[in-house]
Ligand binder design. Structure first.
Ligand code: NAD
Length: 243
């Protein structure tokens, strides 16, 4: 990364994936041969899987939520470096995450969109309310808004469902001059296609990942290493109006 040119950036979009939270102790997805914490994706991350076995799916996300809330899981230097960059950046900054954990918020990020939902929220399939949720969701847990029993599900975008905030994200990609993708395998669309949108807008496109991702050939620059090391280094050299 030492040979990078300092280039002025006024509009920056950052995309993060499971790799940025790996060093905080949360397992990624693809590193497990297509299994997520030993489960097939079709079983725990699709509406069909939920319809087939709601107990298994609720239990799976209850475990993920409990893990996220355990004292051992904390933001790492990569989350913190992004939050600090946002604080000093005088241009427009949007952080889009595919992650369902809340480590970016805990590190202090503000302009943040969870395109795949949030583990610490529940959604009512009856009244569509989205509510903060830290406990287990039981099969008959009542919705705190409409009081119907058995209608709550994790506020997670499963495969085959529409990701959130897409219009806003595409608008930002169309206008950005710097697009940085961090810790994502480039297998999950539409996020894997964001680099092409940013390129079409003329942005500098940079990938920071442990290994070359499936979308690697679309990036102008690509660096391999640990997020906790590369992210602080990379954002320290981005030249911007506030720097
Ligand atoms: P992914 O698991 O498919 O890919 C993770 C990528 O991160 C891999 O390419 C891996 O090489 C890289 N990586 C691993 N450790 C790293 C490190 N220390 N530093 C830098 N890079 C590292 O993840 P994805 O592309 O985000 O897609 C998976 C889907 O699963 C997402 O939709 C997400 O919602 C969900 N998921 C979320 C979490 C979370 O919220 N933390 C965890 C697992 C899965």
């Amino acid at each position: 990364m030492s040979g990078q040119k300092r280039q002025l950036s006024k509009r920056c979009v950052v995309l993060t994936g499971a790799g940025i939270s790996a060093e905080s102790g949360i397992q990624t997805f693809r590193d497990q041969n297509g299994l997520w914490e030993n489960h097939r994706i079709e079983d725990v991350a699709t509406p069909e899987g939920f319809a087939r076995d709601p107990q298994l799916v609720q239990h799976f996300y209850n475990l993920r939520r409990a893990q996220l809330l355990s004292p051992a899981v904390q933001p790492n230097p990569a989350h913190i470096a992004l939050a600090e960059f946002e604080k000093t950046f005088r241009g427009e900054f949007l952080l889009v995450t595919q992650n369902v954990d809340d480590l970016h918020e805990r590190a202090g990020s503000h302009n943040l969109r969870h395109m795949h939902g949030e583990l610490l929220k529940a959604r009512c399939t009856h009244c569509s309310s989205i509510v903060p949720w830290q406990a287990d969701i039981e099969l008959l847990s009542p919705c705190p808004r409409c009081h119907r029993s058995g209608s709550l599900r994790p506020h997670i975008v499963w495969f085959g469902e529409m990701p959130l905030y897409m219009q806003e994200i595409y608008d930002a990609l169309r206008q950005c001059d710097l697009f940085v993708s961090i810790g994502t395998s480039g297998h999950v669309y539409p996020a894997a296609g964001f680099v092409e949108q940013a390129r079409a807008a003329g942005a500098r496109t940079v990938e920071l990942n442990l290994e070359r991702s499936a979308a690697n050939s679309f990036f102008d620059e690509s660096y391999q290493g640990l997020a906790s090391v590369m992210i602080p280094q990379f954002f320290a050299q981005v030249q911007h109006p506030g720097a």
